[in-house]
Design a protein around this ligand. Structure first.
Ligand SMILES: [Zn+2]
Ligand SMILES: [Zn+2]
Length: 338
């Protein structure tokens, strides 16, 4: 019963709260990062204005945290919806109520912004939470990002599987490279390529997006890590893979075990899974964060990233010590991870 009542309460709280929302200011229909419907999650929308005048409307602070490391040097200003008036205001002027009983968007903790501290306090009185300025709320969001993203990636993977079936049944061929999920969806709708809407359209878009942009390491069910003997498929997001000199594929449940193995074995190719996206990355080109507070199935780990920017922001958010390249990972480094 408790299990049922709690979500009911959230839905009712959200309904009562959403009624007060005025006309949404929509610069586009879907979130530039995750492709979700912006009107539906308008209460947590952010708007990023870049120095070249381009804009990105985002469903949530979570999606802002995802794109931020890639665009931070190009940002002119960031705006957020004032939940009272429904208008965008500069984030510097906002008072965020963090962690209230109103559900979050893409996040375990909701972050609802107000232009006036009195409005924030009135909301807090009704729904709980803590009042913060943007810098504090965003620092918290960036800290929680990796955890939230792992959950979301899992959900999106399931949706993409549904999307694959829908795409084959209901869609014409979708070709081309797209700058964002939102652009991909716009292309589908504009050219009438799928007669689908809502969640189904999102599922198809996620499938096509992942197909074009993310190649994961596919771990066979029975593959065991040659170093520790564990089944690698149990921890897919930590998976790494090498192709050895005889062309055999070997799978490991983390960078650490792969690097231990490579101390006295040769390889032709090696791949690691980018910590944020799960994308397979050439191990010799990746950036590895040492000494963070994030642990893998085998304990202390080297956390791999495709981009230096992502590695840097992870290092800041998770108390990492340094960023290493592949060639710098030697016996001494591996000893530090014991
Ligand atoms: Zn989003
Ligand atoms: Zn292992």
């Amino acid at each position: 019963m408790r299990k049922l009542l709690l979500p009911m309460f959230f839905v009712l709280a959200l309904f009562a709260f959403n009624k007060s929302m005025l006309h949404p200011e929509l610069h586009q229909k879907w979130c530039s990062v995750c492709g979700m419907n912006l009107a539906k999650f308008y209460k947590t929308n952010h708007l990023v204005v870049l120095k070249d005048g381009k804009q990105m409307q985002l469903c949530s602070m979570h999606c802002l945290a995802q794109v931020y490391p890639h665009i931070k040097d190009k940002i002119a200003k960031i705006m957020v919806v004032d939940a009272k008036s429904g208008k965008f205001i500069p984030v510097q002027n906002a008072y965020y109520v963090v962690g209230s009983s109103v559900p979050g968007t893409m996040s375990m903790q909701s972050k609802i912004a107000f232009s006036s501290i009195d409005d924030a306090k009135a909301f807090q009185k009704k729904y709980g939470g803590k009042i913060m300025r943007f810098d504090e709320a965003f620092a918290l969001q960036r800290k929680m990002f990796a955890k939230e993203q792992a959950k979301i990636a899992h959900k999106q993977k399931k949706m993409a599987m549904m999307g694959k079936i829908l795409y084959k049944k209901h869609c014409k061929k979708v070709d081309g490279e797209f700058a964002s999920l939102a652009k991909l969806k716009e292309h589908i709708v504009k050219n009438h390529l799928c007669n689908l809407q809502g969640k189904k359209l999102q599922a198809v878009a996620l499938y096509l997006w992942q197909k074009q942009h993310k190649k994961h390491i596919h771990v066979p069910k029975d593959a065991k890590c040659p170093v520790c003997g564990m089944f690698v498929a149990k921890h897919p997001r930590w998976a790494t893979m090498i192709v050895d000199e005889e062309g055999r594929k070997l799978y490991f449940d983390g960078v650490k075990d792969m690097m231990k193995y490579l101390q006295n074995h040769k390889f032709k190719r090696a791949y690691v899974s980018d910590y944020y996206s799960g994308e397979a990355v050439d191990a010799t080109k990746a950036y590895y964060v040492l000494g963070s507070d994030v642990y893998g199935p085998m304990g202390k780990e080297l956390i791999p990233f495709k981009s230096l920017q992502d590695a840097k922001s992870f290092l800041n958010d998770h108390k990492g010590k340094k960023i290493l390249r592949f060639s710098q990972i030697n016996k001494e480094v591996l000893q530090e991870l014991e």
